[in-house]
Design a protein around this ligand. Structure first.
Ligand code: MD3
Ligand code: FE
Length: 224
């Protein structure tokens, strides 16, 4: 009798059991962990709902006097805001005067775990911006440069409706790549990707079983 073959589903040595066929390096410093938050998504969404009870989603205004189409709120010690005075982080929600809701352990653990997997051990986010997109809303090309230490990565988690992420370069005029982001995708951006221009195309019409007519994005940062 010949020895039995290992079953064809045997993982290869060193293969990450959590990996997904869409996992890929998007470019220097940027790693897509496809679907990594999918099993946790219902819990994450329940936590978002609880955060929004205390710190409601709102449309912030820009220094230029425009109103952002994406609705936002925050949790964690620091929250990102925009108003007539510009962009910055605050310890309190200007809408309620209260500190931003605490960052749930499930949020910080997911961010720390995925950052470590991408090569950034010890990531301890103090800010989580929660963006809510409805069909037709968008985020124009920008850089994230209100944080103290650009050596810290950013972790983003996409939930609900899919979107096309726009990924440019260090200069605003650099060519832009289009990267589809789906429910449960986690992207870790660091090193040379940290200061690239990026944005989100207008969200197409659609409905998702867990979020309805919406895409939610959690952006974890070390801001202070
Ligand atoms: C690449 N949010 O809130 S998350 C933002 O989907 C923001 O809501 C988008 O851009 C969203 O500022 C994109 C992915 C992301 C976040 C920060 C980055 C990608 C990034 C910083 C540098 C490079
Ligand atoms: Fe951004």
């Amino acid at each position: 009798m010949p020895p039995p073959r290992p079953p064809p589903t045997d993982p290869l040595p060193g293969l990450d059991l959590e990996s997904d066929a869409r996992d890929r390096v998007l470019g220097p410093g940027a790693l897509l962990l496809a679907g990594r938050a999918r099993t946790q998504a219902p819990d994450l969404l329940a936590l978002v709902a609880a955060i929004a009870d205390a710190a409601p989603f709102r449309h912030m205004s820009t220094a230029g006097g425009r109103t952002m189409s994406v609705a936002m709120t925050n949790c964690g010690a620091l929250g990102w805001i925009s108003d007539s005075r510009g962009y910055r982080y605050t310890t309190r929600d200007p809408l309620t005067g209260a500190p931003w809701p605490a960052m749930p352990d499930a949020f910080s653990a997911l961010a720390a775990h995925t950052a470590a997997e991408a090569g950034y051990p010890g990531f301890t986010p103090d800010a989580c911006l929660i963006n809510r997109y409805e069909p037709g809303t968008r985020l124009t090309l920008h850089q994230d440069r209100n944080e103290r230490d650009f050596d810290q990565p950013i972790v983003s988690v996409s939930l609900g409706l899919p979107a096309v992420f726009l990924w440019g370069g260090p200069a605003r005029a650099d060519p832009v790549r289009r990267v589809p982001l789906e429910h449960g995708d986690v992207v870790v951006w660091g090193g040379p990707a940290r200061l690239v221009h990026h944005g989100i195309n207008p969200l197409p019409e659609g409905s998702h079983p867990l979020t309805g007519r919406a895409r939610l994005n959690l952006t974890f940062r070390r801001a202070g």
